[in-house]
Design a protein around this ligand. Structure first.
Ligand SMILES: NC(=O)c1ccc[n+]([C@@H]2O[C@H](COP(=O)([O-])OP(=O)(O)OC[C@H]3O[C@@H](n4cnc5c(N)ncnc54)[C@H](OP(=O)(O)O)[C@@H]3O)[C@@H](O)[C@H]2O)c1
Length: 330
């Protein structure tokens, strides 16, 4: 696979199939941000520099990632690297819980301040729970677009019905809904069964897959060294999928990723990421997070090879086997 840029939905943005997930840069702040340990500026800069050099041209952050800490960390790194806004696009998100749609316009200056004036390329509604309707949220987003404050509009964690609604409202303003950012990995394929993927395809909306490595599980590192689970940050050590039983259930999939990795001279993570951004054509982008430079270095390698259709189908088959086996043992 060549590291080419794809249009994000029907927007004017052209993005690399992989972006960098920047939740990890929350500085350990806030309820959501404390999932990841605080990271120093030098490490953040190095991860971002490695990603840019490897062909990534966009960074996914959010207001809720440390109340702006992640946005500022991304902006600081991009300034220190002299990366222009065209080379390094920014996707961020408005947090809707316990808020009304009017807060989208009221808080845009804080977002731009957190981003130290760097432009917002994609502005997303982080999740569907809000005091306001999707219609009112999209109207506010359209206002920001018309004022030139954002370049494209997206949603996140929206089901097919809400995504359709958002699309229809924006259409009445002559604007596209560029993307829906949802969880999608070889261990979570819900969007293929709940009409989200199908609707997105029908309407020309891109899918942005978050947690594409299932928070590290699909790298195989926990299968090879289960003692790493104890050191894993956030809720991972309490989740069944990271337990001994969970790891045993997913091991056959890791074996397949590793054996295909041997053929291409790449790792299980690279195979998993390559599958995510290839299996559904150009519809799916992915935003793996990284807490080490080596993660970023490895993950960008997923852009450098192309598997055959049969191989992609074989991975798909094994992934369904493991998912069904897990469900059978719930
Ligand atoms: N819209 C939403 O509601 C939503 C929700 C979740 C995430 N997101 C976005 O999606 C991004 C990615 O999701 P995520 O962080 O949940 O999951 P992920 O990308 O599947 O996993 C990231 C974690 O996996 C490990 N990792 C990554 N690459 C690795 C490699 N090559 N080798 C070994 N370990 C590796 C690291 O864990 P360790 O740090 O433990 O080593 C890293 O922090 C986030 O940064 C955020 O931007 C959005």
């Amino acid at each position: 696979m060549k590291s080419y840029l794809r249009p994000l939905g029907q927007s004017e943005l052209k993005l690399s199939p992989l972006g960098l997930g920047c939740w990890q840069f929350s500085k350990g702040q806030g309820t959501v941000g404390k999932f990841w340990p605080s990271m120093d500026d030098q490490l953040t800069n190095d991860i971002i520099a490695t990603s840019l050099k490897g062909g990534i041209n966009w960074f996914d952050t959010a207001e809720i990632y440390g109340g702006g800490e992640s946005e500022t960390a991304v902006a600081n790194a991009l300034y220190s690297l002299n990366a222009s806004p065209q080379e390094a696009r920014i996707a961020t998100k408005w947090w809707p819980l316990m808020r009304r749609a009017s807060s989208i316009s009221k808080t845009i200056d804080s977002r731009l301040a957190a981003l130290r004036g760097r432009p917002i390329d994609l502005y997303q509604i982080h999740q569907p729970l809000s005091f306001s309707s999707v219609e009112n949220q999209m109207k506010e987003m359209a206002k920001l677009y018309e004022k030139g404050l954002i370049k494209a509009i997206g949603v996140s964690n929206f089901n097919a019905k809400s995504m359709k609604k958002a699309h229809a409202v924006l259409q009445s303003y002559g604007l596209p809904l560029a993307s829906n950012q949802v969880k999608f990995s070889l261990l979570d394929r819900s969007i293929e069964g709940n009409h989200v993927l199908e609707t997105a395809r029908d309407l020309g909306i891109s899918i942005i897959a978050y947690s594409p490595l299932e928070q590290g599980l699909l790298t195989g590192k926990f299968h090879h060294n289960p003692s790493l689970v104890e050191q894993a940050s956030g809720m991972r050590k309490f989740q069944k999928k990271f337990s001994e039983e969970g790891l045993n259930q997913t091991r056959p999939l890791i074996d397949v990723l590793e054996s295909l990795g041997n053929k291409y001279g790449v790792s299980a993570s690279q195979i998993a990421l390559n599958w995510i951004i290839s299996y559904h054509g150009d519809t799916v982008f992915a935003i793996p997070g990284a807490s080490k430079v080596s993660h970023a270095q490895e993950n960008i390698g997923a852009l450098t090879f192309q598997m055959t259709k049969d191989e992609l189908e074989h991975i798909s088959y094994m992934s369904w086997q493991v998912i069904r086996n897990k469900l059978a043992h719930k």
